[in-house]
Design a protein around this ligand. Structure first.
Ligand code: DX5
Ligand code: ZN
Length: 268
């Protein structure tokens, strides 16, 4: 992997300079799902995160394609993206089902895909944006060969399966290493999404590390405040930092806490 600095002829940076929050409806009140999603859209959200769990890859069950189908007209009205996060053991069996139900983006876990190129190409061939998710202990190197094919990487900062867990702090450094590698590889436009434990206390750190999309469930859908107020608080927590001022090396290059990994080795 080439760790050289970008050459003067490198293309201009294309990645978004501000972060976007993607509410995970896993924590929504399902009796009020339509209204809560609409409230999120009214508050400026344009990306919805729908968690699909099979009780096998993860120890929980959630929802199926009928929820995606039901939300589709609302998502269309706001010209938003509906991203499904497939936490299932055999995603190849369900990709077409979710694409036909109305997903615009589909992420699969690298741990579940022995033929990742084919899976990613299938997602794209169905008109959806492909993403690859990886569990907290899965090394970034597991998706190195596939990075050029995906539109986004979903970095899990909790063990998948449940909302309301605490962020595993090692994930911040992982995001920084991924963003740095993407930028140095010319893959400016591959989005880094982070999922799990995002709240007012953690959002800034992952945004500064280079995450572009912050998935949040329990911090947005809760009894403490309205969806709009929760989103405003999350956005406030991220403002005033290094966002919107991304240097050529990317926000990931700026002194985030480091673990044992070298950020200069260029090895994912
Ligand atoms: C966990 C899911 C997440 C979950 C996040 O397996 O993939 O999307 O909803 O919930 P919070 O934001 O509460 O950690
Ligand atoms: Zn998720």
């Amino acid at each position: 992997m080439n760790d050289d600095k970008p050459t003067p002829s490198a293309p201009p940076r294309m990645r978004p300079e501000r972060v976007e929050f993607a509410p995970s409806i896993l924590s929504a009140d399902f009796l009020e799902l339509g209204q809560q999603v609409q409230d999120a859209f009214e508050a400026g959200v344009r990306r919805l995160h729908v968690d699909i769990m099979d009780g096998h890859f993860v120890p929980n069950l959630s929802m199926g394609p009928q929820v995606v189908r039901a939300l589709r007209p609302l998502v269309d009205r706001y010209e938003a993206t509906l991203a499904t996060h497939l936490m299932v053991s055999d995603p190849d069996r369900y990709i077409e089902t979710f694409a036909r139900a109305g997903a615009n983006a589909i992420s699969v876990h690298v741990e579940t895909c022995p033929h990742l190129y084919r899976t990613i190409r299938t997602i794209r061939s169905l008109g959806c944006s492909p993403g690859v998710a990886l569990n907290p202990a899965t090394p970034l190197g597991a998706l190195e060969e596939a990075l050029e094919l995906v539109d986004y990487v979903l970095v899990m900062t909790v063990e998948p399966g449940f909302g309301g867990q605490e962020l595993i702090p090692e994930g911040v450094n992982k995001i920084a290493r991924l963003r740095r590698h993407l930028d140095r590889s010319g893959l400016w436009d591959v989005l880094v999404s982070v999922d799990g434990g995002i709240n007012e206390a953690t959002a800034r750190a992952v945004a500064d590390a280079g995450a572009n999309v912050l998935v949040a469930g329990s911090a947005i859908f809760n009894d403490r405040a309205s969806i709009a107020d929760n989103l405003a608080a999350l956005r406030d927590a991220c403002s005033g930092g290094q966002l919107g001022d991304a240097p050529a090396g990317g926000v990931a290059a700026r002194g985030r806490p480091r673990s044992g990994h070298s950020e200069t080795s260029g090895v994912l």
